[in-house]
Design a protein around this ligand. Sequence first.
Ligand code: ZN
Length: 214
Amino acid sequence: MAVMGIDLSASSKRGSAFALLDDKAGLIDCSQFFEPDELGGLLEKHKPELVAIDAPLSLPLGLDCLEESHPCSPTQSYKGRSAEQDLARIGIGCFFTTKRSIIKGVIYRGQDISQRLSIQGYRVIEVYPYATKVILFGKKMPSKVTSRGLAYLKERVSTIVTGVEGYMDHLTHDGCDAILAAYTAWLHGNDQTDALGIPEEGHIIVPKVSDRAT
Ligand SMILES: [Zn+2]
């Protein structure tokens, strides 16, 4: 059975990178899609048992939207979601999901796509490839915007997933994140992950933190 990872962009005008892994963590496909229909075709073809999406898929308890003009407000005392607080506690920075978020487009799109997929019967998890990277590879990594950063990431990714060689020349940072998302799904299927946050608010799935230094 395959697993899929998606590095979601804020709109269908920009492509979203995806990666598909087989049950041995071998790369089956890594490319991008634009419209939901294209994603539908990929799901139809590969029927992944788990789809991991790199985007916030839930809102803090009490919020039903992120519009500042709407009266809904968080019912918890912490900022953002509990899973985001858990990330902060293990020293991994992220955007907190609030009405002032600068990534509202991705959040709304992530919720929309995850709801569609759930209705179609797919199991969807939220992942955060930056956390996956830090937990698996350590905090010291060259900046993602440099060519050295991309070279480093490609090299590291090819140590955890097989079959990356054929994609090396065209692999972008987003593609690497999609592979990391898919790999986190694969780890989840093999019982090697932790679920951050609380179920009623939504989990972020990361590789097991306990026995690794972060
Ligand atoms: Zn609202």
